[in-house]
Design a protein around this ligand. Structure first.
Ligand SMILES: N[C@@H](CCC(=O)N[C@@H](CS)C(=O)NCC(=O)O)C(=O)O
Length: 213
């Protein structure tokens, strides 16, 4: 059985669990924290989570894991089988990760851990996110999910905006979901899917626990 390492506060871990549930794949979650120890880096060379153990072989990077699960298992196609539609889904996934999720991550310290303001990040992050949102306006069709039928892009979107939206609200008083027409409705649909709701619920419980101690 596939083992998935990570923790439920992690939006990348949650993307992989979401994909596993959507595909109907049996898996075991192993609650694990990231680590730079050499021993851990055998499993995940960057020391990050999630990573998965597939019959003793390890894979990391959430989007890579999701693609692997998709091509090796039947069920819903998370990456469309038609080449151009597949490329579009991957393009949207990249925009979400590189320009929205990773940019917002630079602001997490101030929002989630009461850290000092990072003035450079404060100046630099907003224009990158603006471009990322503009890319989504150009690329996504929202009929009814981001790229037509439900796909891996929707999984990444849900677990990008889940933190990016409150972070931009807190730092810039800026509603980034409202910047992309129809995005809010699509996110609701994604989070209402049985797998989406299960993961969102686990994440909310884990967040509450993490910040109550
Ligand atoms: N590009 C990686 C990012 C994963 C990532 O940043 N995971 C966080 C937890 S949400 C982590 O392990 N952080 C620890 C670290 O950066 O050292 C992926 O797609 O899986």
């Amino acid at each position: 059985m596939i083992k998935v390492y990570g923790y439920s506060v992690s939006n990348y871990f949650n993307q992989v669990e979401f994909a596993l549930l959507e595909k109907g794949i049996d898996f075991q979650s192993i609650d694990t924290q990231p680590s730079q120890d050499d021993e851990f880096k055998i499993k995940s060379p960057m020391g990050k989570l999630p990573c998965v153990d597939i019959d003793g072989q390890f894979l990391s990077e959430a989007s890579v894991i999701i693609e692997y699960l998709d091509v090796t298992h039947d069920g819903i196609a998370l990456i469309p089988r038609e080449a151009f539609r597949a490329a579009r889904v991957r393009q949207v996934m990249k925009c979400l990760e590189l320009y929205i999720e990773l940019s917002c991550r630079r602001l997490y310290g101030e929002v989630f851990f009461s850290g000092p303001r990072d003035e450079a990040a404060f100046e630099q992050v907003k224009p990158v996110i603006e471009n990322g949102l503009s890319a989504l306006r150009h690329l996504c069709t929202f009929d009814e999910y981001l790229c037509g039928s439900f796909s891996a892009a929707d999984i990444v979107a849900a677990h990008t905006f889940i933190y990016a939206a409150p972070v931009c609200q807190a730092i810039y008083d800026w509603d980034i979901v409202a910047e992309v027409p129809d995005l809010g409705g699509a996110l609701d649909l994604i989070n209402q899917r049985p797998a989406g709701a299960e993961i969102a619920n686990k994440q909310a419980i884990a967040l509450k626990k993490a910040f109550s101690t």
